[in-house]
Design a protein. Structure first.
Length: 268
């Protein structure tokens, strides 16, 4: 599975402090740890505390790019910050995120085309997040059609069915899994699917967070999930991903299959 490490986010205290002090060594160390743990890409979010999010995003991207050429997902709701981040990327980038609002599609899809970026698209609009899979799929189809109109290769599109915290929206989990399965029938080639995995355990007791995350990601992989923004440094979570892919015949079996997987990814 395509794992996007979630830890370079100004919502985390150590990242917020590094941003404030412009301590790129801290940011670079976090990037290296996520990559060593198995991340295929890194999410980059300045968080809520920066006085100049545009310049902060450029600084974060440049700091990371000094130590790795890994794919970066530029995570922001602000158009100018998004373009600053995409423009600073040296390697393949991901635009995180667009949704089904007409203004978002109009403004962000041309940016993705300009920078040859992959796209994470949330199945939500100005009304909110649909409760059922039918509503989510309707918005996903709108996003797919708009991408096609803008000449964007659907293999670069990741549909996010938007999982909500299980403690407040338990009914949504089943609908998200159905959306993942049925997104594969929206077009040919089919868009990929992705989840912001940690959302599902937000608000849960700390001792249950990892358990909830790894159980749900295994269920989502069995439904066809292609990617997740998640904590790559959670060893139990990563091993659940590897095992779920093995059971779905996405990895070859070996008695020491986790070691074999890490070796194939140069993680050992």
């Amino acid at each position: 599975m395509f794992v996007i490490g979630e830890r370079i986010n100004g919502m985390f205290k150590n990242v917020a402090e590094a941003i404030k002090k412009k301590d790129k060594a801290v940011i670079q160390a976090i990037a290296k740890k996520q990559i060593a743990a198995g991340a295929s890409a890194l999410d980059v979010n300045v968080g809520p505390t920066s006085d100049d999010p545009k310049e902060t995003m450029k600084w974060l991207v440049k700091s990371i790019s000094e130590v790795t050429d890994i794919t970066l997902a530029i995570d922001t709701t602000k158009l100018d910050v998004m373009e600053a981040g995409l423009d600073a990327c040296k390697a393949k980038s991901i635009l995180n995120s667009v949704n089904a609002n007409d203004d978002k599609l109009k403004n962000l899809l041309p940016l993705a085309k300009k920078y040859n970026s992959s796209i994470i698209a949330l199945t939500m609009d100005k009304v909110g997040i649909p409760k059922d899979s039918d509503g989510r799929l309707e918005l996903a189809m709108k996003i797919v059609a708009s991408c096609m109109e803008h000449g964007i290769d659907l293999s670069d599109l990741y549909i996010d069915a938007v999982i909500l915290p299980i403690n407040v929206a338990q009914v949504h989990a089943r609908e998200v899994l159905k959306t993942i399965r049925e997104s594969k029938m929206l077009a040919n080639p089919a868009p990929k699917t992705i989840l912001g995995l940690s959302n599902v355990s937000q608000g849960a007791l700390p001792k249950y967070k990892s358990l909830i995350n790894r159980t749900f990601v295994s269920m989502a992989i069995s439904s066809g999930l292609d990617a997740a923004i998640m904590d790559a440094e959670d060893k139990d979570l990563m091993e659940s991903v590897i095992t779920a892919e093995l059971l779905m015949e996405k990895q070859l079996y070996a008695d020491s299959y986790i070691d074999a997987y890490k070796k194939s990814k140069n993680l050992s």
